[in-house]
Design a protein around this ligand. Structure first.
Ligand code: PLP
Length: 393
């Protein structure tokens, strides 16, 4: 079994590039150049230097002693929460801004839901002195005021998407429309392992720094490169793709993907795409997607803004179909409980996305000698109001 893309950008039956004709030149330019550019020594050097000096990598691999004692197994946390801007997303935006510069683009566009990817994009645009336009649903702009303020402080223009449900998928449509109208000078930074080929592969390669570091860090801790289990939450799937990347072909490493069940799988208020989704096309790629009988995209729900995406990247659809990864869904309540538990046991306030992954320990038991790595994708500062409201703090 192959877990990487083929030439045409397919992971098994998923992926590809289902795009309007008018977008073809933009996507094709990227497809023809991305691997070549990524492999250039000067690109590698600049990427790695920025990851080190600007993002603060390597992020620690931390042995969580009290959490391990409670769940009677060896738990390590990969601390993506300690990155600049508070999550793994910056790994990808640094990579893509360098790609944009190599392709000679001067104007950057992005879509954002909760605003995390918008902030990560606005950050690297400020870093490079490039114009930044972020499309965001009108509803999301109202819900995520602090991130809107951050983007503005960083010099980005935030454009409200006024059509449809005025959330992420509408913002995405606006970004695609912009790209069609500005094919020459504009680069579209996509925020997860989604979108038409080559985006899922390119984003996975930028995030692969996570498992590259885990290998040598685990060697220092345990004298072995391979853990028994790697756990990550999945929205679009980029932090999970990065944490799995160098273990995909090693079948002895068990991969667990945690999706947001929201109020429950059967509640109608959920974002558990692998269970609820059917094959369809979203964001230019064939993947699993939550949709109605007649193919309309279903509005997802999760308490965690970063996980309420109606699809999942094509790599993850393939990992699900082939059973290479085990998919587990976790409700709002289970995630919030696990989030507070990490605060109390380890002094770390996790992002609510990451708290979904942490909830696995109440659902599955691991052996005392097993080495379990959990990718702590982000920190909880951005979620303070949700924690306050939920627990009445
Ligand atoms: C955006 C986000 C996610 C979900 O995105 P993926 O592409 O699935 O990784 C998870 N955790 C945090 C902290 C995020 O900001």
């Amino acid at each position: 079994m192959n877990y990487n893309t083929n030439e045409k950008g397919y992971y098994g039956e998923f992926g590809g590039a289902y795009i309007p004709e008018m977008l073809y030149p933009n996507v094709e330019e990227l497809r023809q150049n991305y691997l070549k550019i990524m492999e250039e020594p000067s690109f590698q050097k600049e990427f790695n230097q920025l990851l080190k000096d600007y993002v603060g990598r390597p992020s620690p691999l931390y042995f969580a002693k009290r959490l391990s004692e409670k769940y009677k197994t060896k738990i390590y946390l990969k601390r993506e929460d300690l990155n600049h801007t508070g999550a793994h997303k910056i790994n990808n935006t640094i990579g893509q801004i360098l790609m944009a510069k190599r392709l000679g683009k001067s104007r950057i566009i992005a879509e954002t839901g909760a605003g995390q990817h918008g902030v990560a994009t606005a950050t690297v645009c400020a870093l490079m002195g490039l114009e930044c336009i972020v499309y965001m649903g009108e509803i999301d702009i109202a819900r995520q005021a602090p991130n809107v303020a951050r983007m503005k402080m960083l010099g980005a223009t935030v454009v409200p998407a006024l059509s449809g449900s005025r959330t992420l998928k509408d913002a995405t449509n606006e970004a695609i429309r912009d790209w069609i109208n500005n094919p020459v000078d504009t680069y579209y930074i996509i925020g997860s392992v989604v979108g038409p080929h080559p985006y899922p592969d390119m984003v996975a390669r930028f995030q692969a720094i996570i498992s590259e570091e885990i290998k040598w860090q685990l060697n220092e801790h345990e004298d072995r490169e391979n853990p028994d289990v790697v756990i990550a939450c999945v929205g679009g799937g980029s932090n999970a793709a990065g944490a799995y990347y160098h273990y995909l072909d090693n079948l002895e490493v068990k991969l667990i993907a945690v999706e947001a069940a929201g109020l429950g799988i059967d509640s109608g208020e959920s974002a558990a795409t692998s269970v609820l989704g059917k094959e369809g096309i979203i964001h230019g790629s064939k993947t699993l997607l939550m949709q109605t009988e007649d193919g309309q995209i279903t509005e997802p729900y999760s308490i965690s803004a970063g996980l309420d995406y109606p699809g999942v990247g094509p790599l993850h659809a393939h990992l699900f179909e082939t059973k290479r990864a085990e998919f587990v869904s976790v409700t709002d309540d289970e995630a919030m409980k696990a989030g507070i538990e990490l605060c109390e046991l380890e002094g770390i306030i996790p992002a609510i996305e990451s708290a979904h992954a942490l909830a696995i320990f109440e659902k599955q038991t691991f052996k005392p000698e097993e080495v379990v790595i959990l990718n702590l994708s982000g920190r909880g500062d951005k979620d303070l109001n949700t924690y306050i409201d939920y627990f009445g703090l």
